[in-house]
Design a protein around this ligand. Structure first.
Ligand code: BG6
Length: 531
């Protein structure tokens, strides 16, 4: 093969070699699904136009549907224009990118189903100079993960490798990683039969969000926050992931999953671990993953008898979102009319360690809430002596709302208005001393004025570089399932119509969730932030 026969990416002049991605072929299994259209192809194309893909690469979409390469390319082109309107789409660069894009139909679970793929990847090695480095992206229903890995191994496309082995083979697994503790351990056993842990990349897209990555920078690149980041100075922490969206077309998936599995076990506990972990010793991928795993192990278990005291579940009824009437969860497509699946969960978490002893972490997530918004709020303790009591609108000794009791709140805004805000007390101008609370705001968009890469861009790029820092490691996944298992056991009983039934729906679409969640946080004298 001559060098000139290889299709090259011309955008790479001057890219620093240490962050350069090896040539590769990525196989997307389940390429006909929504994720490929909405996230994966837009992310790959964005990496391409930003010059972050190597000179030579290929992408192969696979699923059961029988279509030709060109039809696949056309549908991906439409998808990118539709789902990634902020990308600079140009025919010329698209055509170059599309010449590296292929499609192969396949029934993944059949014996020998990947033998053809193995031959095709050999061809691509010559035609596109992929170097034989392969990444397999599982974008299929989770029930197919195990059979796919088995077949990939049988066709000799994956086997256990050492970290430094070349060519490399990596597998990206989409959440959910199992349905509960037992099935997640089973999945990991299966993966580890044919792959080493360093070859498995478990995607939690929250970890790819710019503002989530910024938590580490904020905490460990600045000297002023870390001394305050502990039980001496922090009163409590509130983390909210709120969505106005309902379950859309995902009724059958969501009926099986519910909010605890869909958001809390993964995204929420990953955020909790980033906020609560100790400083890692280095930027080596394993260093921060070690710390995240360690702090999750320090979460105080919620025993079956504590479930009602530490956790609240909710399900939305009909209501209004942005002025438009929307149906309740039980009226959604392919949802049982008496469903006991939770669309909202709020938990009180506590750590048994020195840094966080006695500091409650309140977390909540739900669908069809009043706003789409994700944030982490660190509520600091009040000044030890309230010199200005009475000048704050409160009389000395009088209790106000939570904001007035603990004026200093550091908010890490994850979405939609990414930024950081610090609330503090100040003197209102005038001849008398009156206290006002103000926010010192930093906004990502206005400060940097550049497009933030999508979470998938960052994560796919990291996987291609062999950097697993932002992917969930097996021990963290196990610990988080272990932690929520008693809740699942309790709440699943109701779903199976075995235990007492929750009084669902218990919040209206467009509200801030069930009243029980307010009681949960009020039990320690706090209240949810008004967002
Ligand atoms: C996914 C959940 O993991 O995260 C969805 O399955 C949820 O139910 C989504 O809507 C939220 O992600 P984001 O990035 O929109 O906050």
């Amino acid at each position: 093969m001559t060098q000139s026969a290889v299709v090259e990416n011309p955008l790479l002049e001057g890219l620093p070699k240490d962050r350069a991605v090896d040539p590769f072929a990525m196989v997307i299994l389940g390429a006909h699904g929504d994720l490929t259209k909405r996230k994966l192809l837009p992310a790959l194309y964005a990496l391409y136009i930003d010059g972050l893909l190597p000179r030579t690469f290929a992408v192969v979409g696979m699923s059961r549907t029988v279509i030709q390469d060109d039809a696949f390319r056309n549908s991906m082109k439409e998808a990118i224009q539709k789902y990634a309107p902020d990308l600079k789409f140009e025919e010329e660069s698209w055509n170059r990118f599309a010449s590296c894009l292929y499609y192969r139909p396949s029934n993944f679970t059949e014996e020998g189903s990947f033998d053809e793929l193995a031959k095709f990847l050999e061809e691509l090695k010559d035609k596109h100079g992929t170097g034989g480095n392969h990444v397999f992206y599982m974008s299929t229903p989770p029930s197919l993960y195990e059979p796919i890995v088995t077949q990939l191994a049988k066709s000799k496309l994956v086997s256990k490798k050492n970290v430094t082995d070349k060519p490399w083979q990596r597998v990206i697994v989409e959440k959910p990683f199992g349905h509960d503790l037992a099935s997640s351990l089973g999945l990991d056993d299966h993966l580890h039969k044919v792959l080493s842990e360093h070859q498995v990349y478990r995607i939690d897209h929250y970890l790819g969000k710019e503002t989530v990555q910024n938590i580490m920078v904020l905490r460990f690149a600045n000297g002023i926050f870390e001394p305050l980041w502990n039980q001496k100075h922090v009163d409590h922490v509130q983390i909210t992931i709120a969505e106005t969206l309902g379950v859309e077309e995902r009724g059958p998936y969501y009926e099986e999953s519910g909010c605890l599995r869909d958001m809390i076990q993964n995204h929420m506990l990953q955020l909790v671990s980033l906020v609560a972990m100790e400083p890692p010793a280095s930027l080596e991928p394993e260093a921060s993953r070690d710390e995240k795993a360690k702090v999750l192990k320090a979460l105080r278990p919620i025993f079956p008898e504590d479930v009602d005291r530490c956790a609240v579940r909710g399900q939305y009824g009909e209501g209004y979102i942005n002025g438009a009437k929307v149906p309740g969860y039980r009226q959604e497509d392919r949802v049982a009319p008496d469903s006991a699946t939770e669309t909202y969960a709020a938990l009180k978490l506590t750590f048994d360690n020195w840094r966080w002893a006695g500091v409650p972490f309140y977390v909540r997530s739900g669908k069809r809430l009043a706003k789409s918004l994700s944030e982490i709020a660190i509520h600091f303790k009040s000044a030890p002596h309230s010199l200005f009591a009475g000048l704050t609108g409160l009389k000395a000794g009088q209790k106000g709302d939570d904001d007035q009791l603990s004026p200093n709140v550091l908010v890490l805004k994850i979405q939609p208005d990414e930024g950081i805000s610090l609330k503090f007390a100040t003197k209102q101008p005038g001849a008398t001393t009156q206290i006002r609370w103000l926010n010192m705001d930093f906004n990502y968009g206005t400060a940097f004025g550049v497009r933030s890469p999508s979470a998938y861009e960052r994560l796919i790029h990291d996987c291609l570089l062999g950097d697993a820092s932002l992917f969930a490691r097996t021990d963290s996944v196990e610990t988080s399932w272990r932690f929520i298992q008693p809740l699942l056991d309790n709440w699943d009983l109701a779903k199976q119509k075995k235990g007492p039934q929750p009084r669902f729906p218990n919040y209206a679409a467009g509200s801030w969730g069930p009243a029980e969640a307010d009681e949960l946080i009020a039990s320690t004298g706090h209240s949810w932030r008004r967002l």
